[in-house]
Design a protein. Structure first.
Length: 69
């Protein structure tokens, strides 16, 4: 699993972006609230460290199985 830091996340819109720590050349990854592990209303906070898996390639890359650290 890769690690990163939440760059931006909107609780209202339910999505945001993760800045990868493992691959500094990689652009930020899209993350949807449904990809966050847990129960109930799920959201992330800017600056929060997370672990995640990458799904897709190129422009369609997104974070899945996101866990807060």
């Amino acid at each position: 699993m890769a690690t990163g830091v939440i760059r931006w996340f909107s609780e209202i819109r339910g999505y945001g972006f993760i800045e990868p720590l493992d691959d500094s050349d990689s652009p930020p990854l899209y993350v949807h609230h449904t990809a966050i592990q847990g129960r109930g209303y799920r959201f992330l906070v800017p600056g929060q460290e997370v672990r995640y898996e990458v799904q897709g390639n190129g422009e369609g890359r997104r974070a899945v199985a996101v866990e807060a650290l």
